[in-house]
Design a protein around this ligand. Sequence first.
Ligand SMILES: Cc1cc2nc3c(=O)[nH]c(=O)nc-3n(C[C@H](O)[C@H](O)[C@H](O)COP(=O)(O)OP(=O)(O)OC[C@H]3O[C@@H](n4cnc5c(N)ncnc54)[C@H](O)[C@@H]3O)c2cc1C
Length: 411
Amino acid sequence: MGKVYDIAIIGGGAAGLYAAAALSSYKKEKGGIEAILLEKMHRCGLKIGITGKGRCNLTNTKPWNEFATHIHPKNVFLKNAFYASSNTAVMENFERMGLPLVVERGDRVFPQSMKALDVVSTLERHILQGGVQLRKNAEVSSLEKGADGVFSIICSDGFECSAKKVIVATGGLSYQTTGSSGDGYAFAKGLGHKITPLFPSLTALKPKNYKEEFYGISLKNVSVQLAVNGDVVQEEFGDLDFTNGGIEGPIGFKVSRKGVHSIINGQKVELRLDMKPAVSLEQLAKRIEREAAEIKGDKLKGILPKLLPAKLVKLFIEGNNGLSMTNLAQKLKCWVFPINDYVGYERCVVTAGGVSLQEVSQKTMESKLVPGLYFAGEVLDLDGDTGGYNLQIAFSTGALAAQSAAASLTR
Ligand SMILES: Cc1cc2nc3c(=O)[nH]c(=O)nc-3n(C[C@H](O)[C@H](O)[C@H](O)COP(=O)(O)OP(=O)(O)OC[C@H]3O[C@@H](n4cnc5c(N)ncnc54)[C@H](O)[C@@H]3O)c2cc1C
């Protein structure tokens, strides 16, 4: 049924495109491989197009020991893939393919053009130059392995082909209009793989009784603690945004993984916001006492605008029942937001959970259960913080899957 390819890649997102680009390079060097990339949407890399607010933060320059602290749930799984196609190797590769890059604050890497779609066009150009076939509007609806060891692939438009090796790079569940709607989990399950529980990560946490008046408030250099069942399980320092979704921004996203997971598990979740993390409670109390001494009339009303952005003053008073001059410092150091909800896949950055890492070789990305089947990118139970980590996961695992699949064919 249909043509027999050596390698078929399902999904033309970050992982699939990078895998196909690696195959193109391999083909140019060693020749002889017939490969096809099947992408369900009318264009490849629709999600790449919305990354980094349209600028695409494509990796992060941190060395592995620091980089690894931003990978979940088991960073050691990524180590081989990272060393085989590291952040610096990925950067060199993009530059070689004709995409100049720049490094910004926080070691984050972007295309110099600041256009995410340039990442897609660079990869597509390289793929086509190397002779890997690219088929768009090709939604794979069935993936099966025959007794002869060859995979049969059927697309919903009737296109059929076979492949000796298959790389599943179908992404996660977030922003489904970009094409990632979880098909890869079904393919993996159908072939006997376990899928660990899926949940949204890098998303907004919604406080109880959240009010519209919070929308648009951004706080710089604050600290937030995530408390689960009363115990502090994570603390982050940096910037925080209140949006129509809830509490997010760089440090809101960082605590969201554990926050969402705990809510799903029925645990009691709180965010404790310290708006003055640079000073101790004692120092803050003394400062308040000193400044209050000069205020005539209502001291609480007089001092709050000196301590908080104007937009927050009223909300702070309302949100801290029983607020008085005596407990003001304490409340500024610990404003408690009970959290009972979060923004789902429609607007989260990444899907946590996925194809169980126990059943995939970290040296090759090949399934330990189904020889010839490989996984790459977000479909795996592997995700990162914001800062370019998720795309690097996709590039490293995509490249390793492609190189391993190609090498096993030529062996
Ligand atoms: C708003 C937003 C901003 C982000 N910004 C950044 C950032 O700046 N830096 C960063 O590192 N990460 C960022 N991410 C995360 C990053 O985009 C993803 O982790 C990454 O794209 C995952 O790559 P992937 O190839 O595994 O999946 P995807 O990029 O989602 O690609 C999967 C592809 O598979 C295709 N597909 C699915 N099912 C089928 C099927 N049945 N047949 C054929 N094709 C199929 C889909 O159409 C899609 O093109 C962001 C995510 C979002 C949502």
